[in-house]
Design a protein around this ligand. Structure first.
Ligand code: BES
Ligand code: MN
Ligand code: ZN
Length: 510
C-alpha cells in the first residue's frame, strides 16, 4: 500500500523523486497553479512559458515531465493539467484536483516518492488530492510474473508510486490529519474492491469471496455470517439457489455488519456478487463475456464500504449483504421457463437466465428488509440498458423515495462520482407479468434498466426507504486510463456509499 504523509516542508526543499505541480488552462496559455510558487521562482518565474514551449496547455490530465532547476531538491518536475483555471476568487473543483493527482500518480508508477505541490486552500482540497493520488497509485500485478519484485527490471515500472507527500495547507491542523486518515482508509478499501473485481473468476468464487469477507471481518471486528448452498436451499432462497445451481462454484449469501454502540440509524447495503456472468442457458454471445468477472462489482463496493465505515468508526450501523453466485450453463442450471420460489415467497418465471442479478438481489433485499433498516441501498452491474442510457462513467439512481434519490445524487456529486436520477415508471412492471407465476424476470426491451429497478422494488419490505444504483457503466473501465481511473475495476460507488453512511451518522438524512 502506498504511504501518505502531509508534509510541512516547502516544495523546493522536500526530498522526493518527483515534484508534482499544477498547471491550468488560462485565457492566454498555461498558468502555474498555486502551490508551485517556489518552483516557479527557481525557474526565474518562467515555468509557465517553459511549459508552453514544451507544448503544455494545462488541459485536464495532461502530464509534462521536465528536469528540475537548481534550487529544487527533487530531480524531476511533473506538471499536471488541472483544466480551465477557475475565476479569480474561486478555488479548483475537488474532482479536478482528485483527477490531476491521480494522473500524476499514474505517471509516477515505478518511482518511489512523489511530492504533490498542488493548490490546497482547505482540508477538503488536501483530501481530494490524497484520494486522487492514492487511487492513481494502484496496479494489479497479482498475475504478472516478475513485476514489481525487482527481479525483472524492465517491468518494474508498473509498481505503483510507493510514497505520497502532500504539501501546502495546514498539515498540522487537526482537520487536515482527519481528512488524510479518512483518505487512506477510503482509498485502501476502494483499491481492495478493485483487486476483487480484477481477480479472474477462476480464483474469485462465491466461496473465496465469502472467505475474504470473513478475514476482513476478523481484522476489523465485524460480524460476518455466511449462508452456504445448503443453508440457502434450506432457507428458501430460490433466487440465489436458482442462479447458482448451474455452477461448480455454489452460491453464498454473506452478511457483514459493522455496528456502533451509539448508532441511531442502520443502513443496509446490498451488493450484486455474480463472480462470473456467462448468461447461463441464455448464454451471452462471444464479445459479451470477456469482462463478466466484473459482475460482482456491487458486492465489492458494499464490502469496501462496510469496512471503510468500520475503519472510520462511524456512529451508524452499516450492514452489508453480498449476494454471491456464479451464473453458468450446465445440466443442473436453471432453464428459461423454470419457476423459482423466492425467499419472499413470490414466484418468478425465469424467461431469461441472463437477467440473474435481480434474482440474487431480490433474495438479499428481502432478507435485509427483515432487519428493518432505516434505508436499503442496493448496488449492481445490473443492465446493459443502463450503459446505453448513461454511458460508461455514470451510474443510475432509482428509488421508492424521491428525496432519498435526490440526496444520493447530491452525495455522489459531492464526492466526485457521476450519477443520474432515473424514474421507476409503474407501467413497466406490467411488462413482467407471467402467465403462470407472480412475476417474470424480464419484460420488454424498452426501459430495461428501469424495469430491473421495478423488479427489485417488488422485494423491498413494506415502508422501507430503498434506492438502487445501477453501476453497469462505471464499474469496469475498458478504455484508456484517465485521472485516478485505471483499466479494470474502478471501485465505483464506494465514495458515495461511505459519504451516505457519514451523513446518516451525522443525522443529515431522514
Ligand atoms: N451483468 C449483466 C449486465 C451488464 C452488462 C453489466 C454490461 C456490465 C456490463 C446482466 O446480468 C445482464 O446480463 N443483463 C441483461 C438483462 C436482460 C437479459 C434483460 C442485459 O442487460 O442485457
Ligand atoms: Mn446477466
Ligand atoms: Zn449479470
Amino acid at each position: 500500500m502506498t504511504a501518505l504523509t502531509l508534509s510541512t516542508s516547502g516544495a523546493a526543499t522536500l526530498r522526493a523523486d518527483a515534484l508534482v505541480v499544477g498547471v491550468a488552462k488560462g485565457p492566454k496559455g498555461p498558468v502555474v497553479a498555486p502551490g508551485a510558487e517556489a518552483v516557479d521562482k527557481a525557474f526565474d518565474g518562467k515555468l509557465a512559458s517553459v511549459l508552453e514551449t514544451l507544448g503544455a496547455v494545462g488541459g485536464e490530465g495532461e502530464v509534462t515531465k521536465l528536469p528540475a532547476p537548481s534550487g529544487v531538491k527533487a530531480p524531476v518536475i511533473l506538471a499536471v493539467g488541472l483544466g480551465t483555471a477557475p475565476a479569480k476568487g474561486d478555488g479548483f473543483d475537488g474532482e479536478a484536483l482528485r483527477r490531476a493527482a491521480g494522473s500524476a500518480a499514474r505517471a509516477l508508477a515505478g518511482t518511489k516518492k512523489g511530492a504533490f505541490a498542488l493548490p490546497v486552500e482547505s482540508a477538503a482540497d488536501a483530501a481530494a488530492i490524497a484520494e486522487g493520488a492514492l487511487l492513481g497509485a494502484y496496479a494489479f500485478n497479482a498475475y504478472r510474473n516478475g513485476n514489481g519484485n525487482g527481479k525483472n527490471g524492465k517491468d518494474d515500472k508498473s509498481a505503483p508510486l510507493a510514497e505520497v507527500a502532500i504539501l501546502g495547507g495546514k498539515p498540522r491542523d487537526k482537520a487536515y490529519k482527519a481528512v488524510a486518515d479518512r483518505a487512506i482508509a477510503l482509498a485502501e478499501e476502494i483499491n481492495r474492491a478493485r483487486d476483487l473485481i480484477n481477480t479472474p473468476s477462476n480464483d474469485l468464487t462465491p466461496k473465496s469471496f465469502a472467505a475474504a469477507a470473513q478475514a476482513a471481518g476478523k481484522e476489523h471486528g465485524l460480524t460476518v455470517e455466511v449462508l452456504d448452498e445448503k443453508a440457502l436451499a434450506k432457507g428458501g432462497y430460490g433466487g440465489l439457489t436458482g442462479v447458482g445451481q448451474g455452477s461448480a462454484n455454489p452460491p453464498r449469501l454473506v452478511k457483514i455488519a459493522y455496528t456502533h454502540a451509539k448508532a441511531k440509524k442502520t443502513v443496509a447495503l446490498v451488493g450484486k456478487g455474480i463472480t462470473y456472468d456467462s448468461g447461463g442457458i441464455s448464454l451471452k454471445p462471444a464479445g459479451h463475456n470477456e469482462t463478466m468477472k466484473c459482475d460482482m462489482s456491487g458486492a465489492a463496493a458494499v464490502f469496501a464500504s462496510v469496512v471503510t465505515a468500520a475503519r472510520l468508526g462511524l456512529q451508524v450501523n452499516v450492514t452489508g449483504w453480498l449476494a454471491l453466485a456464479e451464473n453458468m450453463p450446465s445440466g443442473t442450471a436453471t432453464r428459461p421457463g423454470d419457476v423459482l420460489t423466492m425467499y419472499s415467497g413470490k414466484t418468478v418465471e425465469v424467461l431469461n437466465t441472463d437477467a440473474e442479478g435481480r434474482l440474487v438481489l431480490a433474495d438479499a433485499i428481502t432478507r435485509a428488509s427483515e432487519e428493518k433498516p432505516d434505508a436499503i441501498v442496493d448496488v449492481a452491474t445490473l443492465t446493459g440498458a443502463m450503459v446505453v442510457a448513461l454511458g460508461d462513467r455514470t451510474f443510475g439512481i432509482m428509488s421508492n423515495d424521491d428525496a432519498f434519490r435526490a440526496s444520493l445524487h447530491e452525495i455522489a456529486d459531492e464526492v466526485g462520482e457521476q450519477s443520474w436520477p432515473l424514474p421507476l415508471p409503474a407501467e413497466l412492471l406490467k411488462g413482467m407479468d407471467s402467465p403462470i407465476a407472480d412475476l417474470a424476470n424480464v419484460g420488454g426491451r424498452m426501459g430495461g434498466g428501469l424495469a430491473a429497478g421495478l423488479f427489485l422494488q417488488e422485494f423491498v419490505g413494506e415502508g422501507i426507504t430503498w434506492a438502487h444504483l445501477d453501476i453497469a457503466g462505471p464499474a469496469f473501465h475498458e478504455s484508456a486510463p484517465y485521472g485516478y481511473t485505471h483499466k479494470g475495476g474502478t471501485g465505483s460507488s464506494v465514495r458515495t456509499l461511505v459519504r451516505l453512511a457519514e451523513r446518516t451518522a451525522a443525522g443529515d438524512l431522514g
